[in-house]
Design a protein around this ligand. Structure first.
Ligand SMILES: Cc1cc2nc3c(=O)[nH]c(=O)nc-3n(C[C@H](O)[C@H](O)[C@H](O)COP(=O)(O)OP(=O)(O)OC[C@H]3O[C@@H](n4cnc5c(N)ncnc54)[C@H](O)[C@@H]3O)c2cc1C
Length: 481
């Protein structure tokens, strides 16, 4: 379906196909209203593909006093583990403790005690391990001053996959979602927002669509869609970057989390899709929002942490498979330390309009319901389903921890793919976790696109060239060539 096929009006138009927009879309589609979602590029191509992929309470938010957010996140984690086991998987964490290193073991234990209380899950209780037990799990740990470790549980996901499955489920329930369609402007009449002017990013076609309520869920881009009477909060974009290593180079059986020796920020490594993910950084992003990249100082910062924790491993930058960076939409509260800035979401309203930005991947369902409860005031036909209603019809044969395969890539070519990077970087994460940016899967992916999307030889060649150029530009490991 493209612009010309759309109805002239919808009850709701959602702008932005990241986790926030996708969650709203999914809940709206089963709430008795007509809903259209538009995404300027591919679904999840903004911040929602570049998160740390943890469905977690966020132990560190306890450090900054964000109790409510942590408790809510832990509850949502538990729910997603139950309802979407194919998308969200339990992940054991090991937090090594060293004599004289802050925060102390006692303080972290207190945080974990609270964490356990929030989860109310006896099977997910944290525990203390002695030195022998810690080294049996992670023999790479530095042993000098090692006191043991704390073991606790959180969960991992594939952020892109989560977004896509919400979009897909929403479409199955009657919603319409278009990728590569940008909202160019909000439409206004008689003092209220009454729709949006849309533009097909590829053909340049434009169309005005009317709506009772327009929801701006465009993440770090939220400020760019303004209208009379709309007071969007000022955002402070903060970049976080990750490195991806071959699993064989850092073979961890579980996640390892610890405090960076330089600034005591939490950093981590964990097994993901057949590779090992290392993250993350947190600093002001003043460059282009559409193409954030990891810098050399960020990569050095992460390796410095792992040299300290696992000095025998000797990780080198040029051994990494790829890097990626994402930008958090943080509400600007001044120039404090980036890591201390609140991760809460912000919502703002005007007649016919709701804006929502910030927050976490983990709490998308709660955010969606809050936004739609606000929308229902302006759209009485909108009736949220019970809070207990499961998110998805049924689980699939998927797992966020398994490496991508040619067969998987082939099957996903029908998932509203428009370009090769949609398939190799988002429907599957082959480009990030396989050698040479997933070069071995390019041919199978193109073969699938030839069949599913009728791509000819010239189109395939152009897509492959564009994909390789994009990967070199955005995902090369800094300083490795
Ligand atoms: C480094 C990092 C690590 C993180 N780790 C975690 C984690 O482990 N766990 C967790 O819970 N959270 C994590 N987060 C937070 C989480 O990733 C974000 O809160 C979430 O992805 C934001 O989703 P969003 O939908 O609001 O924004 P986005 O994903 O950016 O979506 C907004 C979308 O709007 C589109 N758009 C913009 N303008 C327009 C327009 N005019 N018309 C149409 N579409 C438009 C964009 O293309 C984009 O796709 C992390 C964030 C970062 C940066």
């Amino acid at each position: 379906m493209r612009l010309a096929d759309l109805a002239p009006r919808y009850d709701l138009v959602v702008i932005g196909g990241g986790i926030t927009g996708a969650g709203i879309f999914r809940e709206a589609a089963r709430a008795g209203v007509s809903v259209l979602l538009v995404e300027a590029r591919d679904f999840a191509s903004g911040t929602s593909s570049w998160s740390s992929k943890l469905v977690h309470g966020g132990l560190r938010y306890l450090q900054t006093g964000e109790w409510r957010l942590t408790a809510e996140s832990v509850r949502e984690r538990q729910r997603l583990l139950r309802e979407a086991p194919d998308l969200v998987e339990r992940l054991d964490f090991l937090l090594p403790c060293y004599r004289g290193v802050k925060p102390s073991r006692g303080l972290v234990r207190l945080g974990l005690w609270l964490y356990d209380r929030f989860a109310r899950d006896a099977a997910a209780r944290s525990q203390s391990l002695d030195v022998t037990a810690s080294l049996a799990i992670t023999p790479q740990l530095a042993t000098h001053n090692l006191l043991g470790a704390l073991q606790y549980q959180d969960a991992r996901t594939d952020d892109c996959r989560l977004v896509w499955r919400l979009i897909e489920q929403g479409q199955r329930d009657g919603g319409t979602a278009l990728n590569y369609v940008r909202a160019a402007q909000l439409l206004q009449a008689q003092g209220r927002i009454c729709g949006a002017a849309l533009c097909d990013a590829e053909t340049g076609d434009t169309r005005e669509i009317e709506a009772t309520v327009v929801i701006n869920a465009s993440g770090v881009w939220a400020e760019s869609l303004q209208g009379q009477g709309i007071a969007a909060p000022k955002l402070r974009p903060l970049r976080g970057s990750h490195l991806v290593y071959p699993h064989a180079r850092l073979p961890l059986p579980c996640a390892v989390s610890f405090f960076h020796p330089r600034d005591r920020r939490p950093v981590f490594a964990y097994p993901w899709q057949g590779a090992t993910l290392i993250g993350t950084t947190d600093l002001d992003h003043r460059e282009d929002l559409w193409s954030p990249r990891m810098t050399k100082p960020e990569a050095d910062y992460l390796l410095e942490a792992f040299d300290w924790l696992m000095p025998g491993v000797g990780l080198k930058l040029d051994e990494a498979l790829s890097s990626f960076a994402g930008v958090r939409a943080i509400i600007d509260e001044g120039e404090g330390r980036p890591s201390s800035a609140s991760r809460e979401s912000a919502q703002w309203t005007a007649p016919g309009f709701i804006g929502i930005t910030g927050g976490k991947l983990t709490t998308f369902r709660v955010t969606a319901r809050q936004v739609l409860a606000e929308a229902a005031r302006q759209l009485p036909a909108l009736r949220l389903v019970s809070n207990d209603a499961p998110l998805f019809d049924q689980p699939r044969q998927e797992s966020p921890s398994l490496a991508p395969t040619a067969q998987q890539v082939g099957l996903r070519a029908t998932e509203q793919v428009r370009h090769l990077d949609d398939l190799l970087l988002r429907r599957s994460r082959a480009g990030l976790v396989l050698p040479d940016f997933g070069e071995a899967l390019i041919e199978p992916a193109l073969a699938a696109c030839r069949t599913a999307l009728a791509w000819g030889g010239a189109r395939c060649a152009a897509e492959a060239a564009q994909y390789r150029a994009h990967m070199r530009q955005q995902h090369t490991v800094p300083g490795s060539n």
